[in-house]
Ligand binder design. Structure first.
Ligand code: FMN
Length: 303
């Protein structure tokens, strides 16, 4: 039997396939279709301190090459998450990773402190694609120094493993990844969605309720694989690959580029069984190629 288990950033997983934030809710609805115990880990939708209404509709538009969304971090806040979501998730053995965001470093640190007290949570994924209100609305993810400062602040607030989720909407993602590592991140995940736009030529308005949205799905995979490879050249901490993964073959590409694990996002909207099917397809590939453990693939691209 091919080895698929991994301990990543101190989080023990039975396989390296997680579900990506915002594409699986908090697992409850999805559990009607998917055996949550077969997943490597569950990453929650982004949680903020206070409830957020999110952006005006329409929030999702299908394009000829991927899905464009502008959900806007809608969620009911951390109190609701602890009181109403964690009890359901406690029935499962799969590690739970809480994805968090805030408007300031103080917000993130407070969330990290609150979630540190929840035994079910095995790690935090830090969504840094959020404006820094205390620094004039600049996004944390765009600025290496703001990223470093943010991660250092969160690091002091929690003993939980920190996975910093990077945005592709930057000039040099490897620079941001290195700053996150220097500041104490235990892993990085990449990529979040790519900023995009779709216009209705009859109304001449954005097809979304906001002018721009985030592009995801197979169209972004080559960019995500390239960025994982670039980041793998500069950091020693594990990388989680995300972006357009629909099949086991896609996941294997990410492993070869340097990812230690992957997250499946948009594929969940097309095929509810996608993450579990992908685990099976990785196993088949390992069997067919006489590979005992998938870790042999990590970073093993031939140049
Ligand atoms: C509808 C939707 C909602 C998302 N919400 C979040 C979110 O709340 N937090 C986050 O960090 N990423 C969010 N993402 C980004 C995904 O987690 C993932 O990084 C991105 O979609 C790329 O992977 P994919 O191509 O497999 O979907 C969202 C993506 C989609 C499609």
């Amino acid at each position: 039997m091919a080895g698929l288990d991994i301990e990543l950033a101190g989080i023990k997983m039975k396989n390296p396939v997680m579900v990506a934030s915002g594409t699986f809710g908090y697992g409850e609805e999805a559990s009607k279709f998917v055996d949550l115990d077969k997943l490597g880990a569950i990453v929650t939708k982004t949680i903020t301190l206070q409830a957020r209404e999110g952006n005006p509709p329409p929030r999702i538009v299908e394009t000829s090459s991927g899905m464009l969304n502008s959900i806007g971090l809608q969620n009911k806040g951390v109190k609701d998450f602890i009181e109403n979501r964690i009890p359901f998730l406690s029935k499962f053995k799969t590690p739970l990773i809480a994805n968090i965001a805030g408007d300031s470093a103080k917000d993130y640190a407070e969330l990290a402190k609150i979630l540190n007290k929840e035994p079910l949570i095995k790690g935090l994924e830090i969504n840094i694609s959020c404006p820094n209100v205390t620094k004039g609305g600049m996004f944390f993810c765009f600025d290496p120094n703001a990223t470093e400062e943010l991660v250092r602040t969160i690091r002091k607030a929690t003993s939980l493993p920190l996975i910093v989720k990077l945005s592709p909407n930057v000039t040099d993602i490897s620079l941001i990844a290195k700053k996150a590592e220097d500041a104490g991140a235990d892993a990085v995940s990449l990529i979040n969605t790519l900023m995009g736009m779709a216009i209705d030529i009859e109304t001449r308005k954005s097809k979304l309720g906001t002018p721009t949205g985030g592009l995801s799905g197979p169209a972004i995979k080559p960019i995500a694989v390239r960025m994982v490879w670039q980041v793998a050249q500069v950091v020693k901490i594990p990388i989680i690959g995300v972006g357009g993964i629909m099949t086991g073959e896609d996941a294997i590409e990410f492993f070869l580029a340097g990812a230690s694990a992957v997250q499946v996002g948009t594929a969940n909207f097309v095929d509810t069984q996608a993450p579990i099917r992908i685990v099976g397809e990785i196993k088949d590939y390992l069997g067919e190629n006489n590979i005992n453990n998938y870790k042999e693939l990590i970073g093993n691209i031939e140049m």
